[in-house]
Design a protein around this ligand. Structure first.
Ligand SMILES: Cc1ncc(COP(=O)(O)O)c(C=O)c1O
Ligand SMILES: [Zn+2]
Length: 361
């Protein structure tokens, strides 16, 4: 197994550490470089994202006790210029399963018996499901006001849902405090870099399915867990000589909460206003500085979603057979607005990242 490496001071730590940050306060990256990407290294007889396991930082067979058959989502040609990647067709109905399975695989591999996580949404559902599969005790902190639907899903997996009387940020603080004080593993999708080793399979699949990658990637960005994984994998494909040009990445944010919009070296201080795109309503992205300092060599542009287009767009997509949650509809709304006023080179792909059944209305 490889090591964690602090993104501030460079100090390394074993993957078994119970400290979720470096002593200096910096977040951990992974000290790991995947082997040169090649279609020949894919296990074509495995129909989950573990077909790519040669490119993962953990090499053991324990994944077989953790997988729920995530990944391998369809890439559907929606029109001449646009593909949809159907990541809502995952075991817990969102792309978060790609990362959660990796994280819980690590936990199972190092003998973790209990994890803590905080989430008001899909990541919490996902971690709870994989813990159920792996036989690991799980407690998810959710802020007061979290929908009954999500709380019930967490409980159905046998996890404890601890409803905290505070904001999303205060809930996360309380969860981390408990993790530190009681020495419980903090299985968090933003802190733990194993998560990005899972989200990178989004790109591997597209490349395997199309034999190339589209020219533009439209990605939802709150904390940026899909973005970081995509940049990793696209760079791997580029370095392996399998793609000649890195796609342009569109970082899609809510117009009511856009800390990356016009940001330079650190995210802007924003006061988030309510948005239907709740999955990306993150005012203080934990890896904000890292995302802005990314070494991705392709073009990037931050665009925002017109709030009033989200609900009509969600209805339009449903009329075409794609029943997605508001955050997902928002990405398509941003794409539609962009192509109305800009010339977009080549074709594009959008992650249909969350299912309609997850939304409350
Ligand atoms: C459906 C959906 N899309 C996008 C996101 C944004 O992910 P991230 O915060 O990692 O950028 C989330 C996060 O919860 C989500 O649930
Ligand atoms: Zn450090």
């Amino acid at each position: 197994m490889s090591n964690f490496k602090c993104c501030e001071c460079g100090k390394t730590a074993s993957l078994q550490t119970l400290n979720y940050t470096c002593e200096c306060g910096g977040l951990y990256d992974l000290d790991f470089k995947a082997p040169k990407f090649s279609l020949d290294l894919i296990d074509k007889n495995e129909f989950s994202l573990f077909r790519y396991r040669k490119f993962f930082p953990i090499q053991n067979e324990i994944w077989r006790e953790v997988t729920l058959g995530e990944g391998m989502s369809a890439t559907v040609k929606f029109d001449d210029k646009l593909y949809f990647k159907l990541d809502y067709a995952m075991p817990t109905l969102s792309f978060k399963d790609r990362g959660a399975v990796m994280l819980i695989w690590l936990c199972k591999s190092i003998g973790v018996k209990k994890v803590l996580q905080d989430s008001s949404g899909n990541a919490g559902n996902s971690v709870a499901a994989y813990c159920a599969r792996a036989g690991i005790e799980c407690e998810i902190f959710v802020p007061k006001g979290t929908s009954e639907k999500k709380i019930n899903m967490i409980k159905a997996f046998g996890a404890t849902a601890t409803v905290f009387d505070g904001t999303r940020d205060e809930t996360a603080d309380a969860c981390r405090k408990k993790a530190l004080e009681e020495r419980i593993y903090y299985a968090n999708h933003v802190y733990n870099p194993l998560f990005y080793q899972g989200t990178k399979t989004y790109v591997y699949e597209i490349f395997e399915q199309l034999g190339r990658v589209p020219d533009n990637f439209f990605l939802p960005v709150g904390n940026g867990t899909l973005l970081i994984g995509c940049e990793l994998a696209l760079t791997e494909l580029f370095e392996a000589g399998l793609i000649q040009k890195l796609p342009k990445i569109f970082i899609v944010q809510s117009e009511n909460c856009a800390p990356f919009f016009k940001a330079k070296d650190k995210p802007l201080n924003v006061i988030p206003k309510p948005t239907q795109a709740e999955g990306i309503a993150i005012g203080k992205p934990m890896r904000g500085k890292e995302i802005l300092a990314s070494t991705y060599q392709g073009e990037r542009e931050v665009i925002t979603i017109p709030e009033n287009a989200i609900i009509p767009t969600r209805q339009d997509l449903a009329k075409k057979g794609f029943y997605v949650e508001h955050t997902t509809a928002a990405i398509y709304a941003a794409y539609e607005q962009y192509i109305k006023t800009n010339r977009l080179q080549g074709d594009s792909i959008i992650s249909l990242c969350g299912a309609g059944l997850k939304s409350e209305h």
